[in-house]
Design a protein around this ligand. Structure first.
Ligand code: ADP
Ligand code: MG
Length: 264
């Protein structure tokens, strides 16, 4: 990430095909082998329970994302997009099925291993930013580094980490707001800080849940340009959930969640 220039790409790209992965491949859609994919899901099922009533949300999701690909997942509100992204990000576990990273199953690892893997290999971005309110933008960006290193290791390499946090905040266009707390930042600025935070441990995959969902169109487009720039320049594999087709159309590929499955 050392040569990353400031991202200002605003160019429009051709719309992606709505490319659907058929479970049996019978519709001619391109199939990506989950074993060779960067991140993949096979037969994912997830239910929630309201009292004794079972609410099936994911009913057998198959999804495979290539290394360096920018994939958009669309679907109506309540279709299970966040649930799926949380499962891919090991924030939650499926009732059935598998999540794989480079063909290795990760959903069934012990909690501590999943935490470590998530912190080092996955960058997570959310609609409502989830910044820590008492910390500055700069401290928020450093926080995953503090968690992954522990106090002593972090402290011994503090200058290096601080330089990296500053560099990342400059890349996302927030170099002039290092000391601002989240409440002193606009929505777009908070999302920029959240993106820099997602990058601090050098992940190769970004998982973004409605990253533009709380922003006006212009600001949302700026955030998308940053994500696209990272994908193109750094080849970061990106999985973005959105209900906004105009945003999804700028991905390399779109899949749609319908009734708990990737539509076929
Ligand atoms: P989306 O992100 O596509 O809007 P979600 O994945 O957030 O959808 O939710 C899918 C469905 O699961 C919704 O009907 C929602 O109400 C339900 N749901 C989500 N999280 C929980 C939970 N923790 N407990 C019970 N039901 C939930
Ligand atoms: Mg959601």
């Amino acid at each position: 990430m050392n040569t990353l220039p400031k991202i200002e790409s605003t160019e429009r790209r051709p719309s992606p095909r709505l490319q659907l992965i058929a479970r049996d491949g019978s519709d001619g859609a391109e199939r990506i082998d989950p074993k060779t994919a960067h991140i993949s899901a096979v037969g994912l099922e997830k239910n929630y329970y309201k009292g004794s009533i079972k609410i099936p949300v994911l009913r057998g999701v198959d999804l495979a994302v290539r290394e360096g690909e920018f994939l958009a997942i669309i679907g109506s509100s309540g279709s299970g997009k966040s649930t799926l992204l949380h499962l891919l990000g090991t924030l939650d576990q499926p009732d059935k099925g598998e999540v794989m990273l480079h063909g290795q199953r990760i959903d069934d690892l012990p909690a501590r291993k999943r935490d470590g893997l998530r912190n080092s290999q996955l960058g997570l971005i959310f609609q409502f930013y989830h910044l820590l309110p008492e910390m500055s933008a700069f401290e928020n960006v450093l926080s995953p580094r503090m968690i992954s290193d522990g106090v002593w290791k972090y402290w011994s390499r503090r200058r290096e980490h601080e330089a990296e946090a500053k560099r990342l905040l400059e890349i996302v266009g927030l170099g002039h707001r290092l000391k601002h707390k989240p409440r002193e930042l606009s929505g777009g600025e908070m999302q920029r800080a959240a993106i820099a935070r997602a990058l601090i441990n050098g992940p190769r995959i970004l998982l973004a849940d409605e990253p533009t969902g709380n922003l006006d169109r212009t600001t949302g487009q700026e955030i998308l340009n940053i994500l696209r720039g990272l994908n193109e320049r750094e080849k970061l594999t990106t999985v973005m959930v959105t209900h906004d087709l105009a945003i999804a159309e700028q991905a390399d590929r779109i899949v749609r969640l319908v009734e708990g499955r990737v539509e076929t």
